[in-house]
Write a protein that binds this ligand. Structure first.
Ligand code: GLN
Length: 464
């Protein structure tokens, strides 16, 4: 696909005004969104006003480092006085009273926000088919899914309707849609970016992550958003490095996994990629992940448990959808939830409630925590010997709409390579992987240890 701009640096080089830039993106949205369904709401008026203000700052030489970056936001991120619904009916009519800390940091550096983007309802899904607003379509083939849950964010970047977008990644929701759309998706280490103002799904996993068309944009967005936030006790006070100062790499020790059961196109592309890297200066070694079968089950036990607790706040009482059936308080709450949540969200809440119930807690929740610890220990061992781990981002090509919708297990397996980094709290990125036998976009995943984002980005910049 032809693109007008490759990155923020490219935009800044052309010296296009922010006013013209916003008009360009609004035109792109106007032309494509009806068929792609990526934007739920476009903030035309606000974006135009802000573009003028930032052009003034540029003239006076007082503009921040994101001047010229036009950003779309996943619909689970909060901006003061704007609606946000997590693509769910249950949040219809909700307007946020405050702005997420990470987004405030983007605004402080003069980014322009252009609207909110469709996602799987409550960020639960891998195909963007569970949204209350209908599915997002992959711009390369309208019959295919863009991945999920940040499908709208990925397609907005893929179809150049904004410079970059924010998604959230709990188990792969930034990386897998990036792989399916030929974009770049970064999941930072747990705690790198504040979660204040992110609607919670599974709080011990959730992280904001940028989706972009260039590594330099991913790096600068990470640099701006990272850091300790007093409003999020799980945010890290580890020093924020100059991620955007990308450097050539020293030779690295890189591990790769060789999974079975990949789609033929993925398998061929991955083999080609591994051969190419093994011919480079880096030292490449195959490893096996002995706990591979435990990854997806452990992830789903823990995330459904956390989700059932987090989503209990949506009761039709303080905000969002309230049922008209009001014979009793219990009935009102029950019906508001029944009418407001879609089937996948209900499935997760019920599974999580079962897992957390007194009779089953030990067998599922406690056990999954132990397995998570073992996974983390094994990752620590691997990172004692290697700087990075390579794998495909997803086992398949972007699949057809409705192909996996009725089969939750098949859908959950779409995350089999991404959940490891999420369980371990480490950082990972998906970069486009050359498809040597077909045309559909594919992703290569690079995983590095916690807070090694700098070397992750430098390596990604070399391999992209
Ligand atoms: N597809 C995974 C899930 O449904 C990941 C979602 C995410 O990262 N938000 O839980």
């Amino acid at each position: 696909m032809n693109r007008r701009f490759q990155s923020l640096l490219d935009i800044q080089k052309t010296k296009i005004s922010c006013v013209d830039l916003v008009e360009f993106y609004l035109g792109q949205i106007q032309a494509q969104n009806a068929s792609l369904n990526a934007f739920i709401e476009v903030w035309e008026k606000e974006a135009r006003i802000r573009a003028k203000e930032i052009d003034e700052k540029i003239k006076k030489d007082t503009a921040g480092k994101l001047a010229g970056m036009v950003i779309g936001l996943k619909d689970n991120l909060l901006v003061k006085n704007q609606a946000a619904s997590n693509s769910s009916k249950i949040l219809s009519g909700f307007t946020s009273p405050y702005t997420a800390s990470a987004i405030q940091k983007l605004l402080d550096e003069d980014a322009i926000l252009i609207g909110r983007l469709n996602n799987d309802e409550f960020a639960m899904g891998s195909s963007n088919e569970t949204s209350f607003y209908g599915p997002v379509k992959n711009a390369i083939d309208l019959e295919r899914v863009p991945g999920g849950s940040s499908g709208g964010s990925a397609v907005a970047v893929q179809a150049e309707m904004c410079t970059a977008a924010l998604g959230t990644d709990t188990g792969g929701s930034v990386r897998q849609p990036a792989a399916f759309t030929g974009t770049i998706g970064l999941k930072p280490s747990y705690g790198r970016i504040s979660r204040y103002g992110v609607m919670s799904y599974a709080s011990s996993f959730d992280q904001i992550g940028p989706i972009s068309y260039s590594i330099s944009d991913a790096a600068i967005l990470l640099e701006v958003m990272s850091g300790k936030d007093p409003k999020d006790a799980t945010s890290s006070s580890k020093k924020v490095e100059a991620y955007s100062a990308l450097k050539p790499n020293e030779p690295k020790r890189i591990a790769y996994i060789e999974p079975e059961g990949l789609d033929d196109e993925v398998s061929k592309a991955y083999t080609y990629q591994i051969e190419k890297i093994s011919a480079s200066k880096h030292q490449l070694e195959r490893i096996s992940i002995d706990f591979a079968d435990a990854l997806v089950p452990t992830y789903y036990v823990l995330t459904t448990a956390e989700a059932s607790s987090n989503l209990s706040r949506y009761a039709g009482m303080i905000y969002g959808h309230q049922s008209k059936k009001q014979n009793s308080l219990d009935e009102m709450i029950m019906q508001s939830r029944n009418e407001g949540f879609g089937p996948e969200v209900k499935r997760r809440i019920m599974t999580g409630t079962f897992i957390l119930s007194e009779e089953h807690f030990e067998a599922y929740y406690t056990k999954a925590l132990l397995v998570r610890r073992k996974i983390k220990n094994r990752l620590n061992e691997i990172f004692e010997n290697f700087d990075a781990i390579l794998s495909p981002t997803a086992p398949t090509v972007p699949f057809k709409l409705n192909e996996k919708k009725q089969d939750p297990i098949a859908m959950y397996l779409a995350d089999q390579f991404t959940v490891m980094a999420s369980l371990g709290g480490v950082c990972a990125i998906s970069i486009p992987m050359k498809n040597i036998t077909g045309k559909l976009p594919l992703g290569l995943q690079i995983t590095c240890n916690s807070f090694c984002e700098k070397s992750l980005l430098n390596l990604a910049n070399e391999l992209v």
